[in-house]
Design a protein around this ligand. Structure first.
Ligand SMILES: Nc1ncnc2c1ncn2[C@@H]1O[C@H](COP(=O)(O)OP(=O)(O)OP(=O)(O)O)[C@@H](O)[C@H]1O
Length: 641
């Protein structure tokens, strides 16, 4: 680590010493959409000129909904787009490192842990990826055990977290596991976005007591919270109150009540202080007019512009003067270092481990996920068997007659291709369902996108497609009675596998475009339908205008169907009866190579082996194209909230 690293960050994997974070005139704005206009945006100020200091201990950020709590928390945690941030953020008096978010812990509001893994396995996953390989596995295991003990998770350490199909641990244990995922790296600062949301009263209390204990051991805990109960409020050391993106109080939590009472707001005897603060900020408690008169401010003016009034009052207070005394020397020191060139932003490697180690860890999780949550595989297998039997019954042992032989064969081939492509649309779920997990882990520096991508392909998309496809083809091929020839069978199988993989890659690509399942499904279906229309089965492609017919070259159906038709129809004879018109009787059988005629009439080249293989190459090309685009989209997924 660079010599310029803040002291607390240097010790990120040994003893824990919380960092002191200071904010100097920090503002944050976004380009918000103008309602009713599709592309018009305007700069919307979310946080306005915030000054503050967060030391080791319990630091709460409070405020009514929309006041900017989460924005401030994300901004301090380095998870906001720096383009919208103005002002200076210092960590132990030094500029915030570029990958600050990878060195600190951030517990998101909606728990993000893998449901099929146990509590211990989840913690080990985080430790394996975020603690350097140079630290022996034994030490990493010890760190996990220590964290389990610290969080009181011993009893459920070997229980699975739980999914919709697997009964798992309780809400409190789940939240503590989330906290543990961050604690295994012994972060000097732990951020939590609304840590009590969704928990019942006693679980919220136990989580907050746990955080308080962690803070007593030297950590800087910073969290946003909406409307805490009194028992939770008591755990706060420092508090920042926000109103419309402005600071209206920042100081010791237990002094806030007397601060507002001095300002002329009265808290009723049994009122909960946090409720009282919110009532003041929301204008539900009228300011004491007598007090206002003394200060020369009219009550109605204060009410009309409450946020401005409260923040101005705060800036006049002794608390604010004290804050300036604390943060101004830090900033002056920083400016001095800046002037002599020693205050550089530290550069630390983004990842703790290398490509292979990350890929192995992420793949092992994907494999466990697949094995322990077999519903998806079983459902796919059931569908494959069901649809395979239906196709087998409908096209049972095709005849070799000219009248029905070709028609039924081409029909069966189209049915099989269509079934495989449409059943692959379900691959959308594989990424959409863990999009939030991926974004969180990527932002927190768990792994490189390429490692995730590779493990997703090898242990999710491929096995989930390969098994059902193999079962389906084994059933249909022999029930329908396609050519009993080993080479033909494997060429048929290979084509279907490639077609299925390409369709799955289209679905995967669609799922990287958007977070909305329905939109992803729409994108995917649209591509598949267009591909089907230009597959050559519904329309003679030669009769189409040039401006439209180029679409046939990007149609997965065209390549898939052409290859399957060649495998099944090339050099095949189908017999037709020859009738002599005079007698109107069947006189002979004509068994010609009508298979070749069909292929020729439909513009499908079949003479050379390249005529077949070019379709496979084209499918591989399209598969690669969609994979590359999906990878680029994953790589560029918004890293900021
Ligand atoms: N990207 C954005 N575009 C437009 N407005 C935004 C954006 N991000 C935040 N805001 C607005 O900024 C304000 C503060 O948002 P923020 O989520 O920080 O508030 P909050 O206090 O955490 O609210 P809550 O308690 O409801 O989560 C809100 O009015 C929100 O709508």
């Amino acid at each position: 680590m660079d010599k310029q690293a803040p002291r607390s960050l240097e010790r990120a994997t040994s003893t824990v010493q919380g960092a002191t974070l200071s904010l100097h005139n920090v503002s944050y704005a976004v380009q918000a959409k103008v309602s009713g206009k599709l592309f018009a945006t305007y700069p919307k100020e979310i946080l306005n000129d915030i000054n503050g200091i967060f030391r080791p201990g319990m630091n709460a950020i409070l405020g009514p909904t929309g006041s900017g709590k989460s924005s401030l928390l994300d901004l301090i945690a380095g998870r906001k787009d720096p383009r919208g941030v103005k002002g200076t953020l210092l960590v132990d008096g030094l500029p915030q490192p570029k990958n600050f978010k990878c060195m600190t812990g951030y517990v998101v509001q909606d728990d993000i842990v893998t449901g099929t893994l146990t509590v211990r396995e989840n913690l080990m996953f985080s430790a394996n990826l975020r603690i350097s390989d140079s630290v022996p596995t034994k030490v990493r295991k010890e760190k996990v055990e220590e964290t389990i003990k610290e969080l009181g998770l011993q009893k459920c350490a070997d229980s699975k977290i739980g999914t919709e199909f697997i009964r798992g641990v309780s809400g409190g244990e789940r939240k503590r596991t989330n906290i543990g995922m961050e604690l295994v790296i012994s972060p000097p600062v732990l951020f939590l976005d609304e840590p009590t949301t969704g928990l019942d009263a006693s679980t919220s209390n136990s989580v907050m007591r746990l955080l308080q204990n962690l803070s007593r051991r030297g950590r800087t805990i910073i969290f946003s919270i909406h409307q805490p109960r009194f028992s939770i409020f008591k755990t706060f050391d420092h508090m920042m109150l926000l109103c419309e993106g402005k600071t209206v109080y920042h100081g010791p939590a237990q002094q806030a009540l007397s601060y507002y009472e001095d300002l002329g707001f009265e808290c009723e005897e049994f009122n909960n202080p946090p409720d009282f603060f919110l009532d003041v900020i929301l204008g539900d408690i009228p300011p004491n007019t007598e007090n206002k008169k003394k200060q020369g401010i009219k009550a109605h003016e204060a009410r009309e512009n409450l946020a401005k009034y409260l923040s101005e009052e705060y800036e006049k207070s002794s608390l604010y003067a004290q804050l300036r005394n604390d943060i101004d020397p830090i900033y002056d020191e920083y400016e001095k270092q800046l002037a002599n060139g020693s205050a550089k932003q530290i550069m630390v490697g983004e990842y703790a481990n290398g490509f292979l180690s990350q890929t192995a860890t992420v793949s092992s999780r994907a494999l466990k996920n697949l094995v322990r949550d077999p519903q998806t595989v079983l459902m796919q297998m059931f569908l494959a068997i069901f649809m395979g039997i239906i196709a087998g019954i409908v096209y049972w042992q095709l005849e070799d007659s000219y009248e029905s032989g070709i028609q039924n064969r081409t029909g069966a081939i189209f049915f099989i291709a269509m079934n495989m492509v449409f059943s692959s649309v379900s691959a959308i779920v594989t990424f959409i369902s863990e999009r939030a997990l991926f974004i969180h882990e990527r932002v927190s520096g768990f792994y490189r996108v390429s490692c995730y991508f590779l493990s997703k392909m090898l242990f999710d998309i491929v096995p989930l497609r390969l098994l059902p496809t193999t079962v389906f083809i084994c059933i249909t091929y022999f029930m329908i009675g396609f050519q009993l020839d080993v080479e033909n069978f494997f060429m048929f199988y290979l084509t279907i596998v490639l077609l299925t993989f390409t369709a799955a890659c289209i679905a995967f690509f669609a799922s990287t475009v958007t977070r909305e399942f329905l939109i992803a499904q729409l994108v995917c279906i649209l591509i598949v339908i267009i591909s089907m229309i230009f597959g050559g089965f519904f329309v003679n492609l030669d009769t189409m205008g040039d401006w439209l017919s180029w679409l046939q070259y990007v149609s997965i159906f065209r390549y898939g169907l052409n290859a399957l038709m060649i495998v099944e129809l090339k050099d095949q004879s189908y017999c037709t009866n020859i009738t002599v018109p005079v007698f109107q009787e069947v006189c002979a059988l004509d068994c010609s190579q009508y298979g070749n005629d069909y292929l020729r009439n439909n513009g499908i080249g079949f003479e050379t082996s390249w005529d077949f293989w070019q379709n496979e190459v084209a499918l591989c090309g399209l598969l690669t194209f969609f994979l590359v685009i999906a990878f680029i989209l994953l790589q560029n997924i918004n890293k900021y909230k």
